[in-house]
Write a protein that binds this ligand. Structure first.
Ligand SMILES: [Zn+2]
Length: 52
């Protein structure tokens, strides 16, 4: 069975969910943090994994 799991990436500034990603639990132990463009903030911000 696949260990991949769908996760949400939320903007650190406005907390909105802008991206979806997949995480492989066996390879990625740390929380994902990516610098991505937030259309709500109008700039590049840090997007962190969000727990539902
Ligand atoms: Zn934002």
């Amino acid at each position: 069975m696949s260990q991949d799991r769908l996760i949400k990436l939320g903007c650190k500034d406005c907390k909105r969910i802008n991206y979806w990603s997949q995480k492989n639990r066996r390879k990625v132990e740390r929380k994902i943090e990516l610098s991505k463009f937030c259309k709500w903030c109008g700039k590049q911000t840090v997007h962190k994994e969000v727990k539902k």
